[in-house]
Ligand binder design. Sequence first.
Ligand code: SF4
Ligand code: SF4
Length: 441
Amino acid sequence: MDARELVDYAASLDCIHCGLCLNTCPTYLLTGVESSSPRGRIHLMRSVAEDELQADADYAEELDFCLLCRHCESVCPSGVRFGALMEHARSALEPVRERGPLARLARRAGFDLVLRDRSALRAAATVGRVAQRLGLVRLAARIGGQRARGLADAPAIPPAAERARLPERTPAAGTRRSTALLLEGCVMPELLGATNRATLRVLAACGFEVHVAREHVCCGSLHAHNGEASGARALARETLEACDARSDEGGTPLPLVVNSAGCGSHLKELAPAFAGQPDLERRARALSARTLDLSEALTRGPGAEGLAALLARVPTPARSVRAAWDDPCHLLHGQHIAREPRAILGRIPGLELVPMELAESCCGSAGIYSLLRPADARRVLEPKLAALAASGAEILVTANPGCQLQWAAGVRRAGLAVRVLHLAEVLDEFVVSVARPATAS
Ligand code: SF4
Ligand code: SF4
């Protein structure tokens, strides 16, 4: 393979070596080593493309060590699109990189089977739950050494009844203000069905008739972040087909509401996956334009009106609860959304939004990073756990499933008396479930 094909060389030339990104990079902060920084990684990529460096195991290790948090993008004066650079480099390297037979088998099973088929996902969750109940997962974590440590933090898989799928259509509660399609997600129904159901109740309470494309499985973001570009493209295409088929009475495609920051960020940047296929590229751009994070859906147009009407019916409780917001990387650095969730939380009666240091930096979840590199993921979270403790918050609020699970495991390990909730769950508990009936307002 031509070394230049391993890297998006033209994009790598955007880096002007200023170093402004270094102190935002969690892996550089852990090691203090230039090659573990954004600038260092870009230098490695360029060296590979210029045939000065072998794309060997050390190079692969630096690509894997990156969390793809994109914090470096937010501060880069030269507009380096580091996320796209890293996704390209990982995907180009994948066919030629060395992996052991077990690792290769696990990877193919995960990306080619489980994440692409709803029945396989369901079966994997069932087997995982049985293994957890029998103590086999704990045992594997104990005897599997460093590499298996991620299993110790694996979330408890809920019973089948809690893993029920969302209904295909849910009417608005009260006045219907709009209609939206809700992305159900791939692992969300199996691990965080409660978050999905809370999202559904919140949208319905704010006046949305909610549709779910139940035949759809995964948007492909986990594939894209982990060097599986062709799998990501296939899943993106299925996403397009499923979402384009849903429109309102007037034939306008429905807005797509997403409660997972990683999926939302991926869906808003879908078009490059279809470069050279003009029809798909156009449809991908259109889907990106109508993709909304939950916090956007509730602070714009009919969603904002619905939320305001709902909040007006919430009585002020006798005691307030302190909550801290943690920016998911793919919400802040991927979608540039910071104001909306804070604005929503700041308006909830009885909720006091307290500031938390390091809210804008990565928690170490990074998709499946915390499973693949558990020791690094824990080290990245540690300073944030200290910041959470110092904030005095009783609730940590996030908006991404991976972050939710990573925080929950960290809080448990640290013995903090803090609940970890998704923004949808906060709204469901502190607004929807306590609002007076509409007729009484
Ligand atoms: S994406 Fe995150 S971990 Fe990777 S180089 Fe940028 S700041 Fe560092
Ligand atoms: S901030 Fe941007 S231009 Fe400066 S070193 Fe980092 S990636 Fe390169």
